[in-house]
Design a protein around this ligand. Sequence first.
Ligand code: OAD
Length: 248
Amino acid sequence: MNPPRKDIPAQAIQKLADSKSLAVITGAGVSAESGVPTFRGKDGLWKNYQPHQLATPMAFHDDPGLVWEWYHWRRQTVLACLPNPAHNAIARMEERVKDFTLITQNVDRLHARAGSERVLELHGDLHRARCSECSAITDLEGQEGVVVCELCGGAMRPNVVWFGESLDIRILEEAYRACGRSDCLIVAGTSNVVQPAASLAYAALENNGYVLEVNLDPTPLTGSATDTVLGKAGEVLEELVKLAFGES
Ligand code: OAD
């Protein structure tokens, strides 16, 4: 059990407790305490791997075997991890606030495994593949190597968004709407450098919504967020939920 944190602003506790429309945006930092590597920072994936060789349509065209190997490895890695107190705290928020939207850049499905139901996956999902010919989507289970579509025989690709690709416009619009109407938005564990996700918080700020950022370090959002708490998402969000909603 972690000692209670003293640095959570009273305003943050009140805003969450009173929220009628709550949105949460998460990034890789929320899964870090589960053991899932982040992308940037000292031990980030992009320190050891080249995005242009693994996470672009061109990379897949040039070497689908290598791309699949990397994605199968990432999927096995996250399957071996468990949701942490940050995922659990966010799932509790959803139980408390009727108009709740979770917007995640994470592809690890740990939010769903913690019990979150209303999740907008901006960057897709590591556990599914999509046919590059007929667009059929299939669940990945024990597959290895290059995955072939059972319906049309086309090359299947991981069902994630790669560099240079657009996000699903319906999901993005829903995310903007949720942020725009929120009276409280929590942005946790994201470096806030990848667009368009990094712009979502401004939709809340423009509508005078309260924005709380939770991160180990300051990000480009820090100067604009209403409040920022620097710390581990698991510790901060667990304590915030306890203070706003009481013990479970
Ligand atoms: P990043 O790896 O860019 O940033 C992770 C953030 O989490 C950093 O700001 C860290 O300071 C913070 N962090 C790390 N551990 C933390 C912890 N325990 N508690 C709180 N904060 C912590 O990850 P994202 O912002 O999610 O896109 O990256 C955005 C996108 O860039 C990803 O979805 C991925 C990547 O390229 C695609 O693959 C399309």
